[in-house]
Design a protein. Structure first.
Length: 58
């Protein structure tokens, strides 16, 4: 369950623990992870569009 909790925190779905003090390096790591998750989702949507939707349009 910890993995899903981290993903929810990266995507701002779930609030972080307010008692935990964030460090500068942790902020960098979360930002890079957030960028990589959004890129992964974008690429999945692009592949679905290219493989399934685009051939039906032609």
């Amino acid at each position: 369950m910890g993995f899903l909790k981290q993903i929810a925190e990266y995507l701002y779905i779930k609030k972080r623990n307010p008692d935990e003090k964030p460090t500068q390096w942790m902020k960098y790591m979360h930002g890079i992870n957030r960028i990589s998750i959004f890129m992964f989702i974008f690429c999945l949507l692009f592949m679905v569009f290219k493989l399934f939707i685009l051939p039906r349009i032609k």
